[in-house]
Design a protein. Structure first.
Length: 241
C-alpha cells in the first residue's frame, strides 16, 4: 500500500521586509515585499502592518486598491484647490486619472472619493453654482439662459441651477454690465444704427434676448449723446473765437 506524502500547505504569499516613510510625503509609507519595493500605502493603513508579516496575493491586491483610492482622493483635493468644482467635474477628472502603473480608478472607488469629499463639505453643487454665477456676474456677465447652459454642462441639476440664477442674477442688470464692460469699443460711434448693431450682436452672443438688449442699448446711447452735447458746444465756441 502506497504511503501518501504530505508536504504541508503551499505558501503563495509574500513577506513584508520593510516599511519606510517617504522622504517627501510623511503621510505615505513605502512597502517592501521579499526585499523589493512593492508599492506605497497611506500611513494609517501601513500602521496596521508589521515587518515579517505575510500577505496573500488577495491582500496585496486589496492594499494596492487602497493606495490607488488614496492617490485619487489626493488628486481630487488638488483639483479642488484651484477653484470650486462641480461633482461632475471631479468625477470626470478622476475617470481620466492614469497613474504610471496603468491602473484606473473603478466606479466604486470614485463614488467613495466623491462621498468623502461631500462629507467634508469640499464638494457641494449648490455652493459651486453660487460661485459660478457670482464669478460670471463680476467678470463676464452673461444672460440667465447662458448660465443655465453652462451649469448644465458642469453637471449641476437644473433645479439647483435655476434657484441660484433666480437668486443672484437679473437679466437687465447683467445685460447692462456686459455692454458697459466693452463700451470702450463703440463709444466713439456716432451712427445710431451702427452702434445698435455692434452692441446688439455682442449682447446676443452673450445670450441676451433682443427685448432686454434693446432697452439697455437705447439707454446707453442716450447717455453717450447727452455727454457729447457739451463737447460739441465747446468746439463751436472755439470756432466762433
Amino acid at each position: 500500500m502506497a504511503m501518501a506524502t504530505f508536504f504541508g500547505p503551499i505558501m503563495t504569499g509574500r513577506t513584508i521586509t520593510a516599511l519606510r516613510f517617504q522622504k517627501r510625503d510623511k503621510e505615505r509609507v513605502n512597502l517592501f515585499l521579499d526585499g523589493e519595493y512593492a508599492f506605497p500605502l497611506p500611513a494609517l493603513e501601513a500602521a496596521q502592518l508589521r515587518i515579517g508579516q505575510q500577505l496573500s496575493e488577495q491582500e496585496i491586491e486589496e492594499f494596492k486598491a487602497i493606495d490607488l483610492r488614496s492617490r485619487g482622493y489626493n488628486r481630487a483635493l488638488r483639483f479642488l484647490a484651484v477653484r470650486p468644482r462641480s461633482q461632475q467635474e471631479v468625477r470626470r477628472n478622476l475617470q481620466a486619472y492614469r497613474p504610471r502603473d496603468g491602473r484606473r480608478l473603478s466606479a466604486s472607488q470614485i463614488d467613495w472619493i466623491i462621498a468623502g469629499l461631500q462629507e467634508k463639505q469640499y464638494l457641494d453643487d449648490r455652493e459651486f453654482a453660487r460661485f459660478w454665477v457670482e464669478q460670471r456676474n463680476r467678470f463676464r456677465p452673461v444672460a440667465p439662459r447662458a448660465l443655465r447652459y453652462e451649469l448644465r454642462q458642469k453637471g449641476v441639476d437644473d433645479s439647483v441651477a435655476q434657484a441660484t440664477i433666480d437668486e443672484l442674477c437679473d437679466a437687465t442688470s447683467a445685460c447692462e454690465a456686459a455692454a458697459r464692460s466693452r463700451l470702450y469699443r463703440w463709444q466713439e460711434e456716432t451712427n445710431p444704427a451702427h452702434f445698435r448693431s455692434k452692441v446688439g450682436s455682442f449682447l446676443q452672443r452673450r445670450g441676451f434676448d433682443w427685448e432686454v438688449a434693446r432697452d439697455v442699448i437705447d439707454r446707453i446711447w442716450q447717455e453717450l449723446e447727452e455727454a457729447r452735447v457739451p463737447s460739441r458746444a465747446v468746439q463751436e465756441e472755439r470756432w466762433e473765437v
